[in-house]
Ligand binder design. Structure first.
Ligand SMILES: Cc1cc2nc3c(=O)[nH]c(=O)nc-3n(C[C@H](O)[C@H](O)[C@H](O)COP(=O)(O)OP(=O)(O)OC[C@H]3O[C@@H](n4cnc5c(N)ncnc54)[C@H](O)[C@@H]3O)c2cc1C
Length: 245
């Protein structure tokens, strides 16, 4: 199988190059060939049968089946017809909501994949396409509709299982937002936690085949902790001790 990917690694826009490489290696070991830095331009075939996929760098990749996994666009037609403020597609798209999940119409709320919500302490607007976000935003929007004080401030979270690698990611640290990646555990064995830091502050963490640490990772992020990187990398130092650093 060949994967055509415009970015330099899989999951690059979320994990950056350092940890994206982990997923390149993982899939390569399972026989996947990557073609990075290129976009699909054409599917060539004959008599209704696919023969090849072509990319914008002039390469041709022989193929009989093509799977287009190019992301999802939020369906905002109803919101647009209702005159609600939307977010530009270039900025992630979706229906603009404040931290209480209220749209530009005070009587209409939005939650889940379609909602681009102002995050109260990340200082940015986020549209999260993950199960956990949809699960938690719905009840939060309902509370706001009932007149309760709501500020949806959960740490962004997602999980993924790929072959025998299971991971959970908490926080928000796209490439460009962090200046250091610290790992604790055995990266070679794929049993570790990676942390993304900016000026020493923990922005995000990903546990790979290490479990029951999400609460501790999220505590570090929420606390704005600036732990000593050596202690952060040392599995003998409990994460709970570092949240106050
Ligand atoms: C292939 C795939 C794999 C995924 N894997 C993971 C995973 O491993 N982990 C994870 O955390 N998340 C995963 N997700 C994401 C997760 O499925 C979504 O985040 C979640 O389903 C979002 O819930 P939602 O209710 O916001 O939106 P949806 O589940 O998309 O529900 C929105 C509903 O609104 C309907 N609708 C749209 N327009 C209108 C309209 N005008 N009127 C009425 N109804 C309308 C749609 O038909 C749809 O049924 C995956 C998603 C996909 C597609």
């Amino acid at each position: 199988m060949t994967v055509v990917e415009p970015e330099p690694t899989p999951l690059h826009t979320v994990l950056g190059p350092e940890l994206g490489q982990l997923f390149t290696d993982l899939h390569s070991e399972h026989g996947v060939r990557f073609h990075f830095g290129a976009r699909l331009t054409e599917i060539a075939g004959h008599d209704g049968m696919v023969l090849a996929a072509r990319t914008d760098d002039g390469e041709e990749h022989p193929a009989h089946d093509v799977l287009a996994a190019i992301g999802a666009a939020p369906r905002t037609a109803l919101a647009e017809a209702a005159g609600l403020a939307l977010v530009d597609r270039a900025d992630g798209g979706g229906v603009a909501v404040d931290a209480s999940l209220r749209t530009s119409d005070p009587d209409i709320y939005a939650a889940g994949d379609v909602a681009a919500a102002e995050h109260p302490w990340l200082g940015t607007r986020l549209r999260v396409e993950h199960w956990a976000n949809a699960l938690h935003e719905g009840p939060a929007a309902a509370r706001a509709m009932l007149g309760r004080e709501v500020s949806y401030d959960r740490v962004p979270y997602f999980f993924s299982d790929q072959y025998d690698l299971g991971m959970e990611y908490s926080g928000y640290a796209p490439p460009g937002s962090y200046d250091q990646v610290v790992c604790r555990g055995d990266v070679g064995k794929r049993e570790f936690i990676a942390f993304w830091l900016s000026e020493g502050r923990v922005l995000a963490g990903m546990n790979v085949n290490v479990w029951d640490v999400t609460t501790d990772i999220q505590r570090l992020i929420r606390a704005g902790a600036r732990p000593d990187p050596e202690a952060l990398a040392d599995p003998a130092v409990p994460l709970t001790e570092l949240a106050t650093a």
